[in-house]
Ligand binder design. Sequence first.
Ligand code: FAD
Length: 380
Amino acid sequence: MIFQPDMKQAVIKRTARKFAEERIAPAAAEMDATGRFPADLAAEMAGLQYFGLEIPPEYGGAGLNSVSYADVIEEVSRASAAMGLCISVHNSVAASPIYEFGGEFQRQRFLIPVARGEKIGTFCLTEPNAGSDASSLETVAARDGDGYVLNGNKIFVTNGGVSGTNLIFACTNPSRERKEYAVFIVESERDGVEKGPVEDMMGMRGNPVCPITLSDCRIPQENRLGEEGQGMKIALSTLGGGRIGIGAQALGIAQACLDVSVKYSKERHQFGKSLSEFAAIQGFLSDMATRIEAARLLIYRASHLRAAKLPHTAESAMAKLYASEVAVYASRVGVQIHGGYGYTKAYPIERYYRDAKVCEIYEGTSEIQRMVIARSLMGR
Ligand SMILES: Cc1cc2nc3c(=O)[nH]c(=O)nc-3n(C[C@H](O)[C@H](O)[C@H](O)COP(=O)(O)OP(=O)(O)OC[C@H]3O[C@@H](n4cnc5c(N)ncnc54)[C@H](O)[C@@H]3O)c2cc1C
C-alpha cells in the first residue's frame, strides 16, 4: 500500500493549487456577492484541460486518472466551491457518461467540444416531483418518426445558465406500469429548450444553477445516449463516479476552512495570547485536520478503485457522505474559531459555511448515501 502520490500526480496537484490560489481565489468573493459566472476564468480552466480531466486526449481531454481528477477538483474547490462544482458536474456527470456510453459518432460530435470546454455540460435528472426518487420523473420522450419529442421540466441544473450540452433523462413509455427511461444529449440552442432564471441560492453562488424546460423539443435518434431502457442504469453508474467529485469538492471546502482557521488563530489575540495557544482552539483544529485527512483517504480509496475499473459504488458513497459531513463540521467550527468576525463577510469562512451545506444534498442526500451503503452491506 503506497500513501505517496507519484511524481505526475504531485505535479498535477501542485499546478492546480497554484492556479487556484493565483487566479480563482481572488475572484471567489465577487462571484459569491454578484452571482456572476466568470467566463474568463472558465476559459483559462479550459486551457488547462480542466473540462476534460479523465477524457482521453484523442477526444480533447487531459487523460488523467481518477486520483488526479479528485485532486484538481479539491484544489479548485478550495479556492471557489462554485467553480469546483462547475468542473465536478461537467467532468463527472456530463463528459464522462458521453465517453462511457456514447458511440464513436457521439464522441466526435458531442464529447470533443465538451472535453475542450467549448461547450459546458449539465446532467438533468431532478424535476419538481422527482428528487431522491429519480424514477418518478415525468419528462416524456415520445417516439416521432426517426427521433423523439421531449416534454418536461428539469430543475436545479448545475451550470444550466451557461450550458451548451445537456444530458436529459426522460421516460419513454409513460403509460406502462413498468417504466423505462433513456438519456438524450440535448443542445441548448435546439428549438423547444428554454432556460429559467438562475436560482438565488444560499451558497455556490456564481454557479448558474437554473431550471430547463423542454417543450415539444425534437431530438434525432443519434442524440440518444445508450439504449432505450438504459436511462436509470446510466444515471446510477454515472452518479457513482460523480460522488467522488462531490466528495473532493467537500474536501476542498473543508481544507479551506482549516487553512483560514489556523491563520486566524495565530493572528487574533485575547487574554494576552494568540487564540492558537488555547487548548480549546487547538482541539478544534486537531479534530478538523484529523477528519479532513480521513476524508481524503476515503476519496483516494474510491478514486483508486475507479481508476482500476473495480466496483466502487459503496466506497464512493462513503467518501461523499463522510467528506460532506466533514465540510459542514469544519465550516461550523471554523466560524466558531473566528468568533463574531466569522459571522461577517470580512472573512471567507462564512462563505465556506454556506457553500458546504449543499454537499450533503446534491448527487444524493446523506440519507440516500446511507441507503446505498446499507444496500451493499446487505449484499443487494
Ligand atoms: C445547488 C444545487 C445543485 C443541483 N444540481 C443538480 C444537477 O446538476 N442535476 C440534477 O439532476 N439535480 C441537481 N440538484 C438536485 C439535487 O440532486 C436534489 O436536490 C437532491 O437529490 C434531493 O432531492 P430533493 O431536493 O427533491 O429532496 P427530496 O428527495 O424531497 O428529499 C427531502 C428530504 O427527505 C429525505 N429523503 C427522501 N427520500 C428518503 C428516503 N427514502 N429515506 C430517507 N430520507 C429520505 C432526503 O434525504 C431529504 O432530507 C441540485 C440541487 C442543488 C441544491
